[in-house]
Design a protein around this ligand. Structure first.
Ligand SMILES: [Fe+2]
Ligand SMILES: [Fe+2]
Length: 237
C-alpha cells in the first residue's frame, strides 16, 4: 500500500490516462463516422467503432486503479471532440489525417509507452491493466495502416504524399496530448514505475524509437516522406 502522497501522485497520472482513453473513444467514434462517409472498407469502419468501445473500457480500468489506490478524484467530464487537422483539407483528406494521427501515430506511441510501463510494473491490477490496454492499442494502430493501404490501392502511388507536410504538427500534438501527461516530470519525485508511472528520462528514448522504428518506416512504405517525423524524433532520447 502506498503512502498518501505517493498514492495521490500515482492516481493523478492514472486519471490523466483515464482522460486520454475517453478522448480516444470520442476520436474513434468520430473516425468511424468519417470513414463511413468517405466509403472506406466496411471492415475498417467496424474496427474504428470497436476501438471506441475498447477505449471506454480502458477508461473504466484506469478509474479502477485510482479507486484501488484509495484516492478520491471526481468523475471526469465528457471529452470535447474537436475535429483533428488543419482547416482547408477536404472531407477525404480530413478522414485520412485523423486516421494517421489517431491510429498510426498516437496508438503506436501509446503502445510503445505501455510496453515500457509493462516492463517495470509490479504484478497485480496495474500490470494486468497495462497488459490489457497494450494488446488493444497494438490492434488499434493496425486500423490506420490498413486504411493507408486501401487508399493507395484506390488512389495510386502518390495518393498520400500530401500527408508528409502535416507530420510535424501531428506528432507534436500526439506527444503533448498523450505522452506528456503520462510521465512524472518532477525530477525530485521518487520512482513510481512499479505503479505504471514512467519518468521523463525513461520516455524520451521510447518516443524516439517508436517514431524511428515503426512510424517512419510505415509512412515511407505508403509513399509518405517521413523526413519531418525523423527530425521530430531526433529531439528525443
Ligand atoms: Fe486505450
Ligand atoms: Fe487505443
Amino acid at each position: 500500500m502506498l503512502a498518501t502522497d505517493a498514492a495521490r501522485a500515482v492516481a493523478s497520472i492514472w486519471q490523466a490516462r483515464e482522460r486520454i482513453e475517453l478522448e480516444a473513444a470520442a476520436l474513434f467514434d468520430g473516425l468511424a463516422g468519417q470513414l463511413a462517409d468517405i466509403g472506406a472498407p466496411r471492415a475498417l469502419v467496424t474496427m474504428a467503432r470497436e476501438a471506441g468501445d475498447d477505449e471506454r473500457a480502458h477508461a473504466v480500468m484506469c478509474r479502477a486503479i485510482v479507486d484501488e489506490l484509495g484516492v478520491e478524484l471526481p468523475p471526469l467530464p465528457p471529452p470535447d471532440a474537436a475535429p483533428l487537422g488543419p482547416a482547408g483539407l477536404d472531407k477525404r483528406q480530413r478522414a485520412l489525417y485523423a486516421a494517421v494521427a489517431i491510429s498510426c501515430v498516437t496508438e503506436t506511441l501509446s503502445a510503445a509507452l505501455l510496453l515500457a510501463m509493462n516492463d517495470r510494473a509490479q504484478p497485480g491490477r496495474i500490470r494486468d491493466t497495462v497488459h490489457h490496454i497494450l494488446r488493444d492499442e497494438i490492434s488499434h494502430s493496425r486500423l490506420g495502416w490498413a486504411l493507408l493501404a486501401a487508399e493507395r490501392e484506390r488512389g495510386g502511388e502518390g495518393a498520400l504524399t500530401w500527408l508528409s507536410a502535416h507530420l510535424e504538427p501531428m506528432l507534436a500534438e500526439a506527444v503533448s496530448a498523450d505522452v506528456e501527461p503520462m510521465f512524472e516530470s518532477r525530477a525530485e519525485r521518487p520512482d513510481y514505475s512499479a505503479h505504471g508511472v514512467l519518468r521523463r528520462e525513461q520516455v524520451g528514448s521510447v518516443v524516439r524509437e517508436a517514431i524511428e522504428q515503426v512510424i517512419a518506416p510505415g509512412l515511407r512504405e505508403h509513399g509518405i516522406d517521413p523526413a519531418a517525423a525523423l527530425r521530430f524524433a531526433a529531439r528525443y532520447g
